[in-house]
Design a protein around this ligand. Sequence first.
Ligand code: ATP
Ligand code: MG
Length: 195
Amino acid sequence: MKKNQRLIAEIKKERTLVLIKPDGVERGLIGEIISRFERAGLRIVGLGIVKPNKNLIDKHYPKTKEWIENLGNNLLKTAEELKLKVDLKKDYGVSNVYELGLKIREWLINFMCSGAVVKIALEGPHAISVVRKLVGKTIPYLAEPGTIRGDYSIDSPLLANLENRPIKNLIHASGNKEEADYELKLWFKKDELID
Ligand code: ATP
Ligand code: MG
């Protein structure tokens, strides 16, 4: 019985971090985005608006080779789907996907520091995956209608990278439990979260 209750509490209290990025704030979508999460039944346990500095954002985004290469690979996949030929050297001035990923990471850091960001801590059963589902795919033109990115954004990595900027997809959401624990600690002090 006791064990049961411990598990129930653990499931109900799964937490995740959402950031409304500067494009979402600028477009006046704060209320709309928050209401989507509330409507789904997630509880807001932390909320704030901040102007992040580079140090915070540098800590926020991973530095692993895998994560950085994934940023670059997003572009290559889109090019393949659209049957467009990409020459990394000629078009982007880099020699491999890792170097492209590093460049994109820099753009992301600068972009995230360019305006206000809303930080939201959400709680509920399977909060991490429920939030990812409501947010939709990373690449906006592939995000399904009904998701936040699908309904309110239209960008592609090909276009973004040619314009020397990150994809504008309105939201960041923790990708898994490990990311969620790390990011919640990074963005919120313990006493800023409601128990
Ligand atoms: P987030 O972590 O922001 O919730 P995600 O987990 O869906 O998004 P990641 O792979 O973690 O996507 O990428 C982090 C962010 O980097 C994306 O949200 C997007 O803004 C940006 N990004 C990803 N790939 C590219 C790319 N090829 N070009 C430009 N920006 C990119
Ligand atoms: Mg991510």
